[in-house]
Design a protein around this ligand. Structure first.
Ligand SMILES: [Zn+2]
Ligand SMILES: [Zn+2]
Length: 373
């Protein structure tokens, strides 16, 4: 994560350079230019953090900040190329393109176009604060705004100064936007994220397993599976253990559950809901904005509910904290040691003894998170 303290330091440094250079050269545009370089650095750092997080969680949505702003930055810094006091000399003949355009504007022209493409092809929803808007709608509005803006800018600019050159970056963006809208916008071939079917998950895990897991470990997993004669008894020991585990989070219920353990109650009453849930954040799926989608089981894609799922229990992945029904989680753990959503290796003690919480508690938890949003 980028600490806001570091960002303030970066900003201050460039502010000081800007003031000094601006005063020495007696030029306001030099001052603004340095300030803009500072802001560019800060924004770039933020973008890198966002990209990293998206790679990690293969997120199907993003915030408006990271979708719209790159385009805006690309356009603005392209235009500033005409006014910059630094690196502004033109490199080409017929078009305007300087080192300034190359370093500060072109990356965002490209990244902005890529964001636009992802509005049509990858994202399902873009968040404005907590309000979700369909990504395709954003795609159309954004493309139209870009086209209108660039054309208006050119018409206004060239009607005033006839001898000036067309900006290469803006020309590229104009072409890219038109192409993206025609190819991905109007043709109705939307294929978003691959659906998380069991086949898809299994294939993906197979690939990852063959890449990461050492041979001995895989064999070991298989042998435990084979030598285990009665899977049903194993499942019961699991639930017994996990019951103890779940009670660990709630000291008040410990007595109750241990008493139940001896009296061998049915599975329906086993995972006992508790009134107070501790460590709420340890159940929060990792993602910038949470929607109801984030609390659906990663295997059956259904939202854990009461009374339908009573007694099934919920397990969240220790890494990405996305939920799954406890029984489906255990099933999956028989064939894989990786989380089916984030592909993180699940520690062997967690596989044997997953931390199960009751569906009723999980319902309380996700309602809390959605209320906060
Ligand atoms: Zn499920
Ligand atoms: Zn996970």
């Amino acid at each position: 994560m980028v600490k806001s303290k570091n960002l303030t330091i970066i900003f201050t440094i460039f502010l000081i350079i800007g003031v000094i250079h601006g005063l020495l050269s007696y030029s306001f545009s030099n001052f603004v230019t340095w300030l803009l370089i500072g802001l560019w650095l800060i924004f770039t750092l933020k973008i890198f953090v966002n990209i990293k997080r998206h790679r990690e969680f293969n997120s199907p949505h993003n915030t408006a900040f990271f979708v719209i702003l790159p385009l805006f930055v690309g356009i603005f810094y392209s235009i500033w190329g005409y006014y910059t006091g630094v690196l502004g000399d033109n490199l080409l003949g017929g078009l305007y393109f300087s080192f300034w355009s190359l370093i500060f504007a072109l990356p965002y022209i490209l990244f902005g176009s890529y964001s636009l493409y992802r509005c049509f092809k990858k994202y399902s929803v873009i968040y404005f604060g907590t309000k979700a808007v369909k990504a395709k709608t954003i795609g159309y509005i954004l493309s139209l705004s870009v086209l209108i803006f660039i054309l208006t800018y050119w018409i206004m600019f060239y009607s005033v100064i006839e001898s000036s050159l067309l900006d290469l970056n803006l020309l590229l963006l104009l072409i890219a936007t038109i192409l993206i809208v025609i190819v991905f916008g109007f043709t109705n071939t939307r294929s978003s994220l691959p659906a998380l079917t069991r086949d898809y998950i299994a294939n993906r895990t197979k690939t990852i397993n063959s890449l990461t897991a050492p041979k001995t470990q895989r064999q070991r997993v298989r042998t435990t599976r084979v030598t285990n004669p009665t899977p049903s008894t194993r499942a019961t020991t699991h639930t017994t253990r996990s019951r103890v585990q779940s009670s660990r989070t709630t000291p008040t219920s410990r007595k109750q559950t241990s008493r139940m353990k001896t009296s061998k109650t049915t599975q329906v009453t086993r995972v006992k809901p508790t009134s107070k849930i501790q460590n709420l954040n340890s159940f929060k799926p990792r993602g910038s904005y949470l929607s109801l989608e984030d609390f659906k089981c990663i295997f059956c894609f259904k939202l854990p509910k009461i009374p339908e799922d009573r007694g099934r229990g919920v397990v969240v992945c220790p890494k990405c904290r996305y939920p799954s029904h406890a029984d489906e989680f255990k099933d999956w753990m028989r064939t894989s040691n990786l989380c089916s959503r984030c592909s993180a290796p699940i520690p062997s003690n967690f596989r044997r003894n997953p931390k199960i919480i009751s569906v009723k508690n999980y319902v309380i938890i996700y309602k809390q998170f959605l209320k906060k949003n």
